[in-house]
Design a protein around this ligand. Structure first.
Ligand code: HH2
Length: 292
């Protein structure tokens, strides 16, 4: 039975179709474990850069409860330098191939480049996680052609400049309008609406106040019953609020926010430290279902 109640009430089924897989998210959220195969990501850059270390990290995240592994080869932190497509592909493809060979769960590729996404799908990925919300028509065509899952994230501007004085009249209404218009455009381009999930893009062209408004307004971001992804793990707004400069010291507040956002309607939680967040989800869901 789907969840009811004043918060997180979205009615019937909540299926996410990703190529030949489908995830039922109506009653059970999923942890998307972050696998940054980059030398420069903001909180874990360089730690899992080599394929062998990346694969070990993926295995550990799966053992701790990650239901989706999100592989990224280009940092999108504010001010990050762009990476060439061949370099990005060389980072992610060996990891996706090796993970696909031993794991049957959904793998997503975190990229803005259609050519990297195509190669990743050919290597066995199921989902394209595009922080630009599929701005590139080639990415839209690829998603329609392959029936992969797509994460449509909201970002104001480009990673290099997005934090330079972002402004909104009403950030929740503007992000919601973006989701509505992307849903219309992507389905008109031949993408199955059940392949699409949305993400408000915490920290992507948003101030601290914008991030908090989006979290407060999460229920209002539900678009056509599609699941919401939330990526807030270790992000700088937590550091600013708690005066916590070390990103790795932000895992406790991240788990607290995972519980809060699950209760506010999110279903997919993109995090670095899997176990505390998976436990937070299971606790919220136990309360909701009476432990069944
Ligand atoms: N955040 C980051 C990267 N990709 N994808 C989605 N859907 N949502 C997010 O919030 C999101 C994302 C940035 O975080 P991280 O991957 O930890 O760092 P970096 O971009 O420096 O690799």
């Amino acid at each position: 039975m789907a969840e009811g109640g004043a918060r997180g009430h979205f009615g019937g089924g909540m299926i996410w179709r990703t190529r030949d897989r489908s995830l039922d998210l109506a009653d059970r959220g999923q942890i998307m474990g972050i696998l940054n195969v980059t030398p420069d990501s903001f909180s874990d850059g360089g730690r899992h850069h080599r394929p062998r270390a990346a694969l070990a990290r993926a295995r550990a995240m799966i053992a701790e409860g990650a239901g989706i592994i999100d592989v990224g080869g280009e940092s999108t932190r504010p001010g990050a330098a762009p990476v060439a497509a061949d370099e990005e592909a060389a980072r992610v493809l060996p990891v996706i191939e090796a993970l696909r060979a031993e794991w049957d769960g959904p793998i997503s590729i975190d990229t803005m480049k259609a050519e990297v996404a195509r190669a990743a799908l050919e290597a066995g990925a199921d989902i394209v996680n595009d922080v630009t919300g599929l701005r590139d028509p080639a990415m839209v065509a690829l998603a329609a052609e392959t029936a992969c899952g797509v994460v449509v994230m909201h970002m104001r501007g480009e990673p290099r400049t997005m934090q330079a004085d972002p402004r909104y009249d009403d950030v929740v209404a503007e992000v919601r309008a973006f989701f509505d218009s992307r849903l219309a455009a992507l389905t008109a381009a031949g993408i199955d609406p059940e392949a699409i999930v949305f993400d408000p893009g915490i920290g992507f062209g948003k101030t601290l106040e914008h991030n908090l408004a989006l979290l407060r307004g999460l229920c209002a971001l539900q678009t056509a019953g599609r699941p919401l992804v939330i990526g807030l793990s270790r992000k700088s707004f937590i550091g600013r609020l708690l005066d916590s400069p070390d990103p790795a010291a932000r895992d406790w507040p991240t788990a607290a926010l995972t519980a809060w956002t699950r209760e506010s309607g999110a279903r997919i939680h993109r995090v670095h430290d899997v176990r505390p967040n998976a436990d937070a989800l299971r606790m919220v869901e136990a309360i909701r279902t009476g432990g069944a």
